[in-house]
Design a protein around this ligand. Structure first.
Ligand code: 4NP
Length: 156
C-alpha cells in the first residue's frame, strides 16, 4: 500500500479537501486498493470536528463524497506515510520541527509543486477569506499532477 497524507493547519478546510479530491482521482484510476489517502493537521485545534461547511459544499458540488474527522499529525504518520503533502510552507516548517527522529527524509512535499507552473506555492487558507472555490481549483490541478508523479515514480 502506498500511503499519501495531506497536511494543513486545522485539518478542516484544505487537507480534507485535498483528501477528497485525490481519493476521487485514485478511485477513477482504479488504484484505491494500491493508494491509501488520509489527512491530518499540524494543530490540535479542531480535533474531532467534521470538515468545514465550505469544504463540504465545494466537494459536494463536484460530486465528491468525503467522510473525515479532524486529527493531529503524529510520529506514526511520519513513519508510515510514503508521501506527506503539505498545503503551505508553514505546514512544512511545523512538520520539520515535529520530525525529531529524521523520519521525513524525502517524503515531504508541497502540494502546489505538482500544480501547473505559474501559480502560487502555498494553498491560501479559506478559513480566513471563505474562498473555497479558488482553493478547489488549485487543489484539483495539483492533485492530478501529484497522482501522475506517484504513478511515474511507482510504475503504476
Ligand atoms: P485549514 O484551515 O488549515 O485549511 O484546516 C484552518 C482551520 C482553522 C484555523 C486555521 C486554518 N484556525 O485558526 O482555527
Amino acid at each position: 500500500m502506498i500511503r499519501v497524507l495531506f497536511v494543513c493547519l486545522g485539518n478542516i478546510c484544505r487537507s480534507p479537501m485535498a483528501e477528497g479530491v485525490f481519493a476521487h482521482l485514485v478511485n477513477q484510476a482504479d488504484l484505491a486498493t494500491t493508494i491509501d489517502v488520509d489527512s491530518a493537521g499540524t494543530s490540535s485545534w479542531h480535533v474531532g470536528e467534521p470538515p468545514h461547511p465550505g469544504t463540504q459544499r465545494v466537494l459536494q458540488q463536484h460530486g465528491i463524497a468525503l467522510s473525515s474527522t479532524a486529527r493531529q499529525v503524529d510520529q506514526t504518520d511520519l513513519q508510515t506515510a510514503d508521501y506527506i503533502v503539505a498545503m503551505d510552507r508553514e505546514n512544512v516548517r511545523d512538520l520539520q520541527r515535529l520530525d525529531r527522529h529524521g523520519r521525513l527524509n524525502g517524503k515531504l512535499h508541497l502540494l502546489l509543486d505538482f500544480a501547473p507552473a505559474g501559480g502560487p506555492r502555498d494553498v491560501p487558507d479559506p478559513y480566513y477569506d471563505n474562498n473555497f472555490d479558488a482553493v478547489y481549483r488549485l487543489v484539483d490541478g495539483a492533485s492530478r499532477g501529484l497522482l501522475a508523479h506517484i504513478r511515474r515514480e511507482r510504475g503504476l
